[in-house]
Design a protein around this ligand. Sequence first.
Ligand SMILES: C[S@@+](CC[C@H](N)C(=O)[O-])C[C@H]1O[C@@H](n2cnc3c(N)ncnc32)[C@H](O)[C@@H]1O
Length: 332
Amino acid sequence: MLHENLSAPEAAEAVAGLLENTFCQCILHTTEHDYHMTCFSRLKIKTQPPTKAGEQNLSHNKQKAYAIPDGEPCDFLIHLGVMNADGHVLKAHYDKFRQINKYLELVAGCVDSLPKDRRIHIVDFGCCKSYLTFGLYYYLVRQLGLNVKIIGLDLKDDVIRFCEQVARDLGYDGLSFLTGDIQSYVSGEPIDMVVTLHACDVATDAAIVQAIGWDCRILLTVPCCQHELFPKIKNDRMKVMLKHGIIKERFSALLTDSIRGQLLEACGYDVNIMEFISLEHTPKNILIKAVRNGRPDRQKYQEYLAFAKDWQIRPYLEEELARIGRIPERQD
Ligand SMILES: C[S@@+](CC[C@H](N)C(=O)[O-])C[C@H]1O[C@@H](n2cnc3c(N)ncnc32)[C@H](O)[C@@H]1O
């Protein structure tokens, strides 16, 4: 079923178009009349008294119910300049606001997989200015009242110092920030959830390796630019596609994300790959959600292997997962 709100002239035009190209008859209910229309050899319209005059339903016009609503002051968004002190989102930051809420909607779908009987440990790799990290903390701690510790990690020392100061200013006691590299980060405690949003190139893979190595319950990753496989993939049967640089670039990004999903499944995760936020806001809009099931899957690994051989590649993710013993070393 399709819902769309149109003005009266737009609705008339849409109905005329549908009768001409798609349907032979229709019943149009308005508050004043019902119109029975048929369009076989020519258009006939029968006007009758309204049968649904009292049933006006504009529910699909409602404002989307966001986890953090526009119009309600939210401390971190005010601090970061996304909202004014009255709680109204500034026009220039509306895309960021929407992105934070979309992210929290996805996080809401993961909460049941987090531990209930102890503190929850989360790492956000490549957090940068940390709008989403602050959003995650606000949602889990301030809104859901969970006992959570989050660490944001990034290579940029100045940004990390800024975020650390913001967390202290806001009194977000369970949130701290560290300067460091994803690959060499060592956690002193078990990590329940890894988040990595738009971490560049193989930094996403380094985060996936860490999450799998820690037996994390949840991984949420939105990959960013992808450079690793672009120069490596070869497949004679796909020449028609790969001879065009832009197609090869987009294709190698999709190939990379498919491999990430498959290797996560091989290592005992249920994987969902979905749209993060619509393409008009960012072209980097694929989200990989992985929830641990604890059952490494040999068949999925064999499928991966056949696929990788077909493309003549041995990606960083495969090599790293083999190094930590989560998949077999390749023999050839
Ligand atoms: C595009 S920003 C994403 C920021 C934030 N997660 C978001 O989605 O709004 C990517 C960040 O990843 C960081 N990064 C890239 N490689 C990294 C690595 N190996 N270790 C830690 N941080 C890394 C970069 O410094 C950069 O700040």
